[in-house]
Design a protein around this ligand. Structure first.
Ligand code: SF4
Length: 368
């Protein structure tokens, strides 16, 4: 583990560097744990530059834990559209309700209480506790784990739980009790700007003299990660069914992905299944049967370990459901724009609006 020299030098050098090079963040100087909780949740899978506009908008609409707790889930999801990983939004919403119920609406500063909140793991708990409350608790994100693995020349897979535990404890050993928040943010910033995943910029790194990987010349080989999963190619079909200028949209209820969000009826094309058969299956999700269809657009996107090609087809259907139900609605294009929808579905809606604008066509009225 650390040499006695590293124990003293690493936090000292890192904090000195941070005081000169900290990236400007909207939460700097901010000690509202709620703001930190929202920011740290958004940052779990997303880069700072992407998060900033969303964070601003989200906090404007939900300025306090109570505002968030009292909102409808659909509205919370709508303010998350474009950030992806929507389970984070649902967890954050439930966490706010838990805080109102169990902690009188005050976000706790105790990391063990924070970790009991839905969706709050060690990183988020550590970030809130250290940055907002000054509690000496590590907050290691992917950047932090990478830096520590290099500083200590750890040659084990850093995604394994025992290795992560070892790095977490190593971080705790050098965490300065008088500046834990700055130290944690300094690690995040160093990982984002200097100790980057590929070709770390060791020659300008403040920790180069203390870094075992750099001194051994193995910084490009670390950290050790598991082999990358090869992306599986799949095809999805979604059907755009129109009636009187309205589209039929359904709310996803199954699985973890995009649950609670709205979309055109969508299925995955099964092995050996034709596009036409998949179209019928998608229409069948709303008890309709497709008579004719035409391509609107094709959207390619990645999700988890899948490379998805989504075919959006405009369908004329028979046997359409007439009434709205809890998980099914006829919506105008304007309403569709206000629903929480995934990014790929958003691209389908944009293509539809573009088609309509280009052709000036009237919406097709399908047989009921
Ligand atoms: S010297 Fe290089 S590998 Fe070591 S912490 Fe700095 S940037 Fe990372």
């Amino acid at each position: 583990m650390w040499t006695p020299e590293q124990t003293r030098a690493v936090p000292h050098l890192l904090l000195e560097w941070y005081r000169l090079h900290a990236r400007p963040m909207p939460w700097h100087g901010q000690n509202d744990p709620y703001h930190l909780l929202v920011a740290a949740t958004m940052l779990q899978q997303t880069q700072v530059e992407t998060v900033l506009p969303y964070l601003h908008r989200f906090l404007q609409r939900f300025p306090s834990v109570r505002h968030l707790a009292e909102a409808e889930e659909e509205e919370v999801l709508r303010h998350w559209v474009g950030l992806g990983y929507y389970s984070r939004a649902r967890h954050l919403h439930r966490a706010a309700q838990h805080i109102v119920r169990e902690h009188q609406g005050v976000v706790p500063c105790d990391p063990s209480l924070l970790r009991r909140l839905p969706g709050v793991g060690e990183y988020t708990a550590g970030a809130v506790a250290s940055i907002a409350c000054g509690v000496p608790e590590p907050a290691l994100d992917a950047n932090g784990y990478r830096i520590l693995a290099r500083l200590l020349a750890v040659e084990e897979d850093i995604t394994r739980a025992p290795v992560r535990r070892k790095l977490w404890n190593a971080c705790r050993q050098i965490l300065p009790p008088d500046a834990p928040g700055d130290f944690n943010q300094a690690l995040m910033d160093l990982g984002a700007t200097i100790c980057v995943a590929r070709n770390p910029r060791c020659l300008i790194c403040p920790l180069a003299g203390e870094c075992a990987a750099f001194l051994q010349g193995c910084q490009n080989a670390l950290p050790v990660l598991p082999p990358r999963r090869v992306n599986e190619k799949v095809q999805d079909v979604c059907v755009v069914i129109e009636r009187n200028g309205r589209w039929l949209m359904v709310r996803r209820d199954e699985g973890r992905l995009w649950r609670g969000m709205w979309e055109f009826p969508r299925v995955r094309v099964q092995p050996g299944e034709s596009l036409e058969q998949a179209v019928q299956r998608a229409a069948g999700l709303v008890q309709a049967s497709a008579q004719e269809y035409e391509q609107v657009t094709t959207v390619r996107h990645g999700v988890m370990h899948y490379s998805v090609t989504l075919h959006a087809l405009r369908c004329i259907c028979q046997h359409l459901p007439l009434q709205d139900e809890d998980a099914m609605r006829w919506v105008s294009p304007q309403e569709a724009l206000t629903l929480p929808v995934s990014s790929p579905m958003c691209r389908v809606i944009s293509a539809l609006l573009e088609c309509s604008a280009l052709t000036g066509e009237e919406s097709k009225t399908a047989a009921g």
